[in-house]
Design a protein. Structure first.
Length: 226
């Protein structure tokens, strides 16, 4: 019987390759298993004002994303009553090293207080600039002003979000409330999905918002990064 013997160096090379591959897999696997961390910076709409624990925007959105197979942790950085200035003032300590992306839902309180649109624009621009400096992608959630401040105010305020998204390369979700009642602004159509104050969505309203917002967030998180 003839026995073929491969040179010893071939076995050594194969063994070295196998060990290197195993080391690489063991190094990369924990990184792949870590979920993405998305910070939701906002006001009462983000914080879950008036809702039972687990029914606010952040827990419902995180649950929706995980049900779709996304490995993501959504961090609630919403403070009720906050303006764009408030969001900017606490941005640095919200963007901890483990954060992978930022969702900004601010401006509603600026608008409700009739604050100058140029002030809201400047604050949001500073938030986007800071996120850009950290290399973080941003999903900017748009807001629209009512007509009671006049057409000039509404035009200036509504333009903030698409303008800044274009200027900073952020992803724009046009309107926070667009999924609430099929995009209708009719008070009668919105009423079943709002709390008694007529401003904040109830749990069912949040679920409707998340059903529309969720796919946009999912696509935003899945988009290739530079």
């Amino acid at each position: 019987m003839i026995h073929l013997r491969l040179p010893a160096f071939r076995y050594a090379a194969a063994r070295a390759f196998r060990n290197a591959a195993l080391t690489l897999i063991c190094t990369i696997s924990p990184l792949l298993a870590e979920p993405l961390t998305l910070v939701a910076l906002g006001d009462s709409l983000t914080a879950g004002y008036g809702l039972p624990e687990g029914q606010g925007l952040v827990p419902q959105l995180e649950g929706w994303l995980k049900a779709k197979g996304a490995e993501v942790a959504v961090i609630n950085a919403g403070v009720s009553g906050d303006t764009t200035a408030g969001g900017l003032s606490r941005l640095d300590w919200s963007l901890t090293p483990e954060v992978d992306a930022l969702m900004v839902t601010l401006g509603g309180n600026d608008m409700l207080r009739g604050l100058p649109p140029e002030t809201a624009r400047a604050n949001l621009a500073a938030i986007l600039e800071a996120a850009k400096a950290k290399g973080l992608p941003v999903l900017l959630i748009g807001m629209q002003a009512p007509g009671n401040y006049g057409a000039e105010y509404k035009t200036a305020f509504d333009a903030i979000y698409p303008d800044l998204a274009t200027a900073f390369g952020a992803t724009l979700y046009p309107s926070f409330f667009q999924g609430l009642a099929g995009g209708s602004l009719d008070p009668a159509a919105l009423r079943p999905f709002l709390q008694d104050d007529g401003i904040h969505p109830n749990a069912e309203g949040v679920a409707r918002i998340v059903a529309d917002l969720g796919p946009a967030v999912q696509a935003f998180l899945a988009a290739p990064r530079p």
